[in-house]
Design a protein around this ligand. Structure first.
Ligand SMILES: [Zn+2]
Ligand SMILES: [Zn+2]
Length: 172
């Protein structure tokens, strides 16, 4: 996978802005983490990094979209991605249970910006992707896309408990 590593020593004291628009970074990550999305509108990340003692402040956002299949009707749609974050990251202590995106090397402090951007992106993905909140989905019997057409099975769809009630004969 392509990496996005920033050498913090190279960044001036007053901080530096970066724009990342390499779409290959994302497509490689989707492959690596087996995330079932495809390219939509280009994902553009704008990041500001301010070096601090033992770490840095990172302020960033990613905007764009990915193509996902709707969970109900299976039709592909573009899912908007819009993340915004601000984090202070520093080198992890030896007893820190979580790995830090900032590591100390011979060359100085290195920030794994790709890991940060990925984390934000992953959180922006829907658990249940829907092309539309009102998506009617597919007919469970004939497979018709109910957003586009009506099928004859439709009237039988419903709560099976109600179907039982409908069949009750009322005796006079
Ligand atoms: Zn749908
Ligand atoms: Zn049907």
């Amino acid at each position: 996978m392509s990496e996005l590593l920033i050498t913090l020593n190279d960044i001036p004291e007053e901080g530096q802005e970066f724009v990342f628009d390499d779409q290959k970074y994302w497509s490689d990550a989707w492959k690596q983490f087996k995330v079932d999305v495809r390219e939509g509108d280009p994902l553009i990340s704008e990041v500001y990094i301010l070096p601090q003692e033992n770490g840095c402040l990172v302020r960033g956002k990613t905007n764009g979209s990915v193509t996902i299949a709707c969970d109900r009707c299976t039709v592909d749609y573009k899912h908007k991605i819009s993340t915004e974050f601000e984090e202070y990251e520093q080198v992890a202590d030896a007893d820190d249970p979580e790995p830090s995106p900032v590591v100390k090397t011979k060359e100085g402090l290195i920030l794994d910006l790709g890991a940060l951007l990925w984390e934000q992106f992953a959180m922006a993905l829907p658990i249940k992707p829907l092309c539309n909140d009102d998506c009617k989905g597919l007919c469970y019997k004939c497979g018709a896309d109910l957003n586009k057409e009506k099928c004859d099975c439709e009237k039988e769809v419903g709560d099976p408990r109600l179907a039982v009630l409908r069949n009750l004969k009322i005796k006079n």
